[in-house]
Design a protein around this ligand. Structure first.
Ligand code: SF4
Length: 283
């Protein structure tokens, strides 16, 4: 059985740098992360093992002096609130998320109504819109009517959005509101684009050879779900797992080609362990 890894997969530099920062021994266990730093259970456990505490929101009790903002970023007002409460704030926001914040500030200053293509409740999107008085989040075609009556809209994307989907919605907006002025800033990050194009290539290969894909990533990871969507569109069977223990030998019976891909918060050692386990199961 042939096993192929997607040519780009797993942890991106933004997540890697944030994890390294949180594991810095200088914190001596005196650190709380607000929100999930990464959507990966093994990494979350490693952080806990290093004494890092995690809370879901600012309303939760924080016992450390140091507080870390996740790679997904947050609103300036949130950082100010934390400082006002006496915490020392460490900002592990990915520079490519901060690029989205900068793009939105520029659009607003130029008089565009800010629009974000993304998931309304996702922490990254909450951070992008958190300081805005007026904005619209478009999760899909069903949200386009929310833009009725706007004269000028400036659009950015959640960094992990599928760029093909974003361009499709953009076309729908232009067709539905031909009079509307639209400025689009492509803020899907390069690591996401690389992983999306790599999984598309591999899924096309698997579709030709009746192969199956194994997608490794947290069940609550947005970008991992996008990798599964790519497989589903090509009618390639995909199995979503968080670690190698969840692999089932029956998935590979009679299969000649297995592809492996992984979301941007999946550590490379987890991908390696999955690869080894599939090799064992194929014997
Ligand atoms: S997915 Fe992109 S924006 Fe998000 S942390 Fe990784 S590199 Fe940064």
């Amino acid at each position: 059985m042939k096993i192929t890894r997607a040519r780009a997969l797993g942890t991106c530099f933004g997540v890697r740098d944030a994890i390294e920062a949180a594991l810095d021994p200088a914190f001596k266990g005196d650190l709380t992360i607000v929100g999930q730093l990464v959507h990966n259970p093994q990494t979350v456990q490693k952080l806990r093992d290093h004494g890092v505490q995690m809370v879901d929101s600012l309303d939760d009790e924080i016992e450390s002096r140091n507080v870390m903002i996740t790679a997904h970023g947050t609103a300036e007002s949130v950082k100010e609130k934390l400082s006002d409460r006496g915490f020392t704030v460490y900002d592990a926001s990915c520079p490519l998320v901060l690029r989205v914040h900068t793009a939105v500030r520029r659009l607003v200053s130029e008089g565009w109504h800010p629009v974000v293509f993304g998931q309304e409740k996702h922490v990254e999107v909450r951070g992008i819109v958190g300081d805005l008085e007026d904005y619209t989040v478009v999760g899909g075609s069903g949200d386009i009517e929310k833009l009725a009556g706007k004269a000028r809209i400036g659009i950015v994307c959640q960094t992990t959005h599928r760029i093909t989907e974003a361009r499709g919605i953009l076309d729908e907006i232009r067709n539905r509101f031909p009079e509307m002025e639209v400025e689009f800033v492509d803020t899907v990050c390069k690591p996401t684009k690389d992983r999306q194009s790599a999984v598309e290539e591999l899924a096309d290969d698997l579709a030709r050879g009746q192969g199956v894909m194994v997608v490794v990533g947290g069940y609550n990871s947005s970008n991992t779900r996008k990798l599964l969507e790519v497989c589903s569109e090509r009618q390639v069977t995909a199995h979503h797992i968080e670690n190698e223990d969840q692999l089932e030998s029956a998935w590979f019976t009679g299969v000649e080609h297995v592809g492996i891909t992984a979301g941007t918060s999946t550590p490379h050692e987890v991908v390696d362990a999955v690869h080894v386990r599939i090799t064992e199961l194929s014997r």
